[in-house]
Every structure is written in C-alpha cells, then in structure tokens.
Write a protein that binds this ligand. Sequence first.
Ligand code: FES
Ligand code: FES
Length: 172
Amino acid sequence: MEHSSQVRLNVNGESHVLDLDNRTTLLDALREHLHLNGTKKGCDHGQCGACTVMVGGERINSCLSLAVMHHGDEVVTIEGLGEPGNLHPMQAAFIKHDGFQCGYCTPGQICSSVAVLEEIKANIPSHVTSDLTTPVQLTADEVRERMSGNICRCGAYANIIDAISDVGGVRA
Ligand code: FES
Ligand code: FES
C-alpha cells in the first residue's frame, strides 16, 4: 500500500506539487514543506484556531485536515492576504486597533475574520442568529460568536472585535 501521494496545492495563487506522506496535515504541508510559517500551530487538535486558513474561500483549521484531501484546492494563507506595504484591509485594521499582543494567534484571527465577513454576506446563519427569515445582520454578537473558535491567550478580544467591526461596518 502506498504511504505517500503527489499532492497539487494552489497556495496564494501559486501551484505546488508535493510528495507527501499521506498522514501530513495541511498545516504541516504549509509550514514544513512550503515554509509558509505565518500559519501557526497552537494546539494541533482543532481547539485554538491558530492554524486557520481559507480553502476555496472558506475557513478551516488546517491542523485537522490532511493535505491529500486538498489535492487541486485553492488555499489562501496570511501571506496571501497581504504583505507589508500592501496590507489587506483586515491586516491594517488589526494594526490600527491593536488587535494583538504576542501575535501568535493573529494570522488565524485575521484569516478567520475575513471569512466571517464573507459568511455573513453569504447569509449563513450562526448559533446566535435569531431570525432565520431575514438576512443575517452584521452585529458584534454575530462576529463574537463566529470568532469563538479563535482563542487569544493574550486576551486581545475587545480590540479584535473592534478591528473586524471597522472593516465590516458594524455599528458600535
Ligand atoms: Fe489547529 Fe489549534 S493548531 S486549531
Ligand atoms: Fe497573543 Fe493572541 S495576541 S495569543
């Protein structure tokens, strides 16, 4: 039985073909094989959100997903969102609102934040959406609920919500 596979990943607009042990997580493929170290390994168990990336426009915990499951997929990491001198509006907002201290959770927070605004725009309800008959409202409660899988040990939560609210246009 084969224990490795050739996996084609499109990461931040660039196509890569990797020979990977079938047990390699997407997180390890990004960090260890493509050397994209912006995506962080916090718990490696799906509990902290530090490893959040976007696949096909939706956020996932990359530590919980095998790379072989993403053959042919489009992946966006924090490096693909923006870079110094050309920041994504969410990256700029995290700086403006001081949405971090140590910064370890920040790439995951930012990838999650970008996807959260898209989820709300796409009218995908969350646990706190009370009225399913009208479009989902962009409220601070919706954002808080949807960001609850992204843990920040520095406790920068209030400023993170301010940053997302600023980009998304949530009223204070
Ligand atoms: Fe993936 Fe914590 S490292 S959820
Ligand atoms: Fe330190 Fe979030 S900024 S863990």
